[in-house]
Structures are given as structure tokens and as C-alpha cells.
Design a protein around this ligand. Structure first.
Ligand code: FES
Length: 99
């Protein structure tokens, strides 16, 4: 089972907030694709600030612990490939904060 957390925070104390830069649209697209594929073992959860606001919109896949940054709606298909097949989307992969 994979779990995608996508930052939808809208007020990042003066920093760019993922929720104002397309993360909701990304979630909608990911969920639409998952439904089309009949995927029932994946969770998609909007969440608060993940930390690296300037790199957003940000998301993280668990249990893999893979972080993504600079995401937009066009990345939904590749994110779904990670969730369903474990294929890491290297074009948007970023180091975890503090690593
Ligand atoms: S607002 Fe998304 S990581 Fe901070």
C-alpha cells in the first residue's frame, strides 16, 4: 500500500505556499487517474506544510520516503506510476528536508 501526502498549505508565513501553486489540481488529477485504473490500495491525503516551501508544490510517498518538489498537474501520471508500480519519478524527485 502506498500513501501520497501532498502539501495544500495556503499560508506559509511569507514563503510561497504549495496550496496557492497548484497542489489541489495535482491531487484531483492523481485521484482521477487512480479511479480510472481501479486502484483501491492507494491513499492520497492533502496535508499541511511539509517544510521546503520554496521547492513546492511538494509531496512525499510513503512507505518509500521519496520526496517530490516543483510538482504540477502534468506530473500526475508519473506520480501514479510511482504509487502503483513503484517507479520513482526522478525528474521531480528532491532530497528530503534536512538531508
Ligand atoms: S507550504 Fe508546502 S511545503 Fe510549505
Amino acid at each position: 500500500m502506498s500513501h501520497l501526502f501532498v502539501c495544500t498549505h495556503t499560508n506559509a508565513s511569507g514563503k510561497p505556499a504549495c496550496g496557492r501553486r497548484g497542489s489541489e489540481a495535482l491531487i484531483r488529477s492523481v485521484q482521477r487517474i487512480l479511479i480510472e485504473r481501479g486502484a483501491g490500495s492507494v491513499f492520497v491525503t492533502p496535508c499541511g506544510c511539509l517544510g521546503p516551501c520554496f521547492d513546492g508544490p511538494n509531496a512525499v510517498v510513503y512507505p518509500d520516503g521519496v520526496w517530490y518538489g516543483g510538482l504540477d498537474e502534468a506530473d500526475a501520471e508519473a506520480i501514479v506510476e510511482h504509487l502503483l508500480a513503484g517507479v520513482v519519478y526522478n525528474a521531480k524527485r528532491v532530497d528530503p528536508p534536512g538531508s
